[in-house]
Ligand binder design. Structure first.
Ligand code: SAM
Length: 196
């Protein structure tokens, strides 16, 4: 996964994802935690004045690539989103890009995010979600098993925004298309969620 990830998403990054990362992360402030930081495709886009940057990533191969890409002070931690080694109400901004599709227990991860966020904190996200049309969603359901095996556990048919709302988050999001990537990971939702 760590070896193939950057080449696999390269076309998508060049076709708009890089620009979307930059626009989203311009809104990060204070103490920032990124979950599932992967190979570090977000790190160049954080504002220089964030107080503290914690990059959580459970896969050792991904962490090695992340460390090589890092050009700024940041702490890399070995952690899954379901169990974050951070105190309650200690983070201003949590970032999740293309991660909530992959976490094994998304409800638990969302509870952890809610726990570490300060009351006025925010979750910034870019996530692909279950399609809105019946035909497209049925294709995702049919292909979810082989895709999951191919794409490191990614659940292409996960209704992530519904899960966020069910876990008590208030969500605002824009629709987008992850150009340069297969339709199975369309549509994208890009936005912000707050506790309560
Ligand atoms: C599709 S990649 C996205 C990487 C990066 N966030 C990006 O935008 O390019 C998914 C990442 O989530 C990580 N991951 C898998 N299970 C996780 C979990 N339970 N908690 C946090 N991260 C997880 C994977 O190791 C991988 O780095």
């Amino acid at each position: 996964m760590a070896v193939l990830y950057d080449p696999f998403v390269w076309l998508g990054e060049m076709s708009g994802m890089q620009r979307r990362r930059r626009a989203l992360l311009a809104r990060a402030h204070g103490r920032v935690l990124e979950i599932g930081a992967g190979t570090g495709l977000n790190v160049a886009h954080y504002p220089a004045d964030v107080d503290d940057l914690v990059l959580a990533e459970p896969e050792p191969g991904m962490r090695r690539k992340l460390a090589r890409r890092l050009r700024r002070p940041a702490q890399i931690v070995d952690a899954r989103a379901e169990r974050l080694p951070l105190a309650d109400s200690s983070v201003d901004t949590v970032v999740s890009t293309l991660v909530l599709c992959t976490v094994a227990d998304p409800e638990r991860a969302l509870r952890e995010i809610a726990r570490v966020l300060r009351p006025d904190g925010q979750l910034l996200f870019i996530e692909h979600v279950r399609a809105g049309t019946r035909f497209h969603a049925a294709c995702q359901d049919m292909l979810s098993r082989p895709w999951r095996g191919f794409a490191g556990g990614c659940m292409c048919n996960r209704p992530t925004l519904d899960l966020l709302r069910a876990c008590g988050f208030t969500v605002t999001a824009d629709d987008a298309v992850w150009r340069g990537m297969p339709a199975i990971v369309h549509p994208l939702k890009i936005g912000r969620a707050t506790n309560g």
